[in-house]
Design a protein around this ligand. Structure first.
Ligand SMILES: [Fe+2]
Length: 287
C-alpha cells in the first residue's frame, strides 16, 4: 500500500508535519503537528496547524489519528487544536510515562499532573498496529533520542521522527534526559532492516553543507548507503564516539522549556490559575 504523503514544513522550528492519506479513500493521519509559539511574547498562534486544517477540509478528508513520534523539545504540538477542529485520536508511545515522570519532577508539577499517559487517547507499544481507513500502520519503538520515540510505518512509508535525518545531515542528538547514543544505534538498525525501497520521512531538516533546499524524504536504501553518521556499516563504537562528542557541543533548543511542559500534557497548556491565566515555568539550573 502506497499512502499519499503531504508534508508541511515549519521554517521557524525546522519541523516537518505529515498528513498521510489512503491512496483511494478519505481517511488520513496527521503526524507531528506544530503550534506556533513566540517565546519573547509568550503568544501562541495556529497558522501552521491551520494549513493542515485547510488541506483536510479542501480535500474532504477524515482524520482518524493525530500521532506524535515523541515528546518534542523544539516545538509545541498542535494536537489538541487539530483534534478540536478535525477530530481523530491522539496517540504516542507508551514510554511517555517515563518522560512524564522525569519532567514532572524537573518542573515540580503537583499531583494533579497525571504521569500515566492519560492525557493521550492511545498509548502504543512496540509491535502494535493501527488502521488509517484500509491502511495498516505498524509501530516500532525506536528510543535513543528520547526513551519514548516511536516510528510509525504506514504502508511503504516510515515516519521516523527524530532518529534518522536526511542522509547528508545524519542522526538526532541523544543528550536529552533518558537519551542514549548506544540505544539510538540499535533503533536505527531496526529502521534500516525495513525493505530498501521503504520511503523514510524525517521529523526535521536543517539543510546540510552544500544543500540549499530543505528536504525530508529519502529511503532505507539511501540511508544505508549514504547516511553520514551511520551509513556504510558504521560500527556502534564509531557512532557512539561521534554522537557523544557532537552532542557535547550543542546548545539546548530555544523552545525546550515551553515545549516539554506542553507536549508532556499531549499539547495542552498547564491548568489555568484562579484568575483563568495560564503560565509556563522556567526551572533555574535544572536542565
Ligand atoms: Fe525531538
Amino acid at each position: 500500500m502506497t499512502p499519499i504523503v503531504k508534508a508541511f514544513f515549519d521554517p521557524e522550528t525546522f519541523t516537518v508535519s505529515y498528513l498521510v492519506q489512503e491512496p483511494e479513500g478519505t481517511a488520513c493521519a496527521i503526524i507531528d503537528s506544530v503550534l506556533d509559539f513566540d517565546h519573547a511574547s509568550g503568544r501562541t498562534n495556529t497558522s501552521s496547524a491551520d494549513q493542515i486544517v485547510a488541506y483536510v477540509r479542501d480535500n474532504e478528508l477524515r482524520v482518524e489519528w493525530i500521532l506524535e513520534s515523541h515528546v518534542h523539545a523544539d516545538h509545541l504540538s498542535a494536537a489538541p487544536y487539530l483534534q478540536q477542529e478535525l477530530g481523530g485520536k491522539i496517540g504516542i508511545g507508551d514510554q511517555i510515562v517515563s518522560i512524564q515522570e522525569t519532567f514532572g519532577k524537573i518542573f515540580n508539577e503537583g499531583t494533579e499532573f497525571q504521569r500515566d499517559g492519560s492525557q493521550f487517547d492511545a498509548l502504543f507499544r512496540d509491535g502494535d498496529s493501527f488502521h488509517v481507513g484500509q491502511m495498516r500502520g505498524d509501530v516500532l519503538h525506536t528510543p535513543g533520542h528520547t526513551p519514548a520515540c516511536m516510528t510509525y510505518v504506514i504502508g511503504d512509508a516510515a515516519f521516523v521522527g527524530d532518529t534518522l535525518f536526511m542522509p547528508d545531515f545524519g542522526t538526532a542528538r541523544c543528550d536529552f534526559p533518558g537519551g542514549s547514543s548506544e540505544t539510538l544505534f540499535g533503533s536505527i538498525q531496526k529502521i534500516l532492516s525495513l525493505p530498501d525501497q521503504t520511503r523514510i520521512f524525517v521529523g526535521h531538516d536543517y539543510k546540510a553543507p552544500g544543500r540549499d533546499e530543505y528536504a525530508w524524504e529519502t529511503t532505507v536504501g539511501e540511508q544505508k548507503a549514504l547516511n553520514v553518521h551511520i551509513g556504510q556499516g558504521r560500527t556502534i563504537e564509531e557512532f557512539v564516539e561521534m554522537r557523544d562528542a557532537r552532542d557535547a557541543t550543542l546548545p539546548m533548543p530555544r523552545l525546550i522549556l515551553p515545549s516539554l511542559q506542553v507536549n508532556m500534557r499531549a499539547g495542552q497548556m498547564p491548568p489555568a490559575d484562579d484568575e483563568g491565566d495560564v503560565f509556563l515555568k522556567i526551572p533555574i539550573n535544572k536542565l
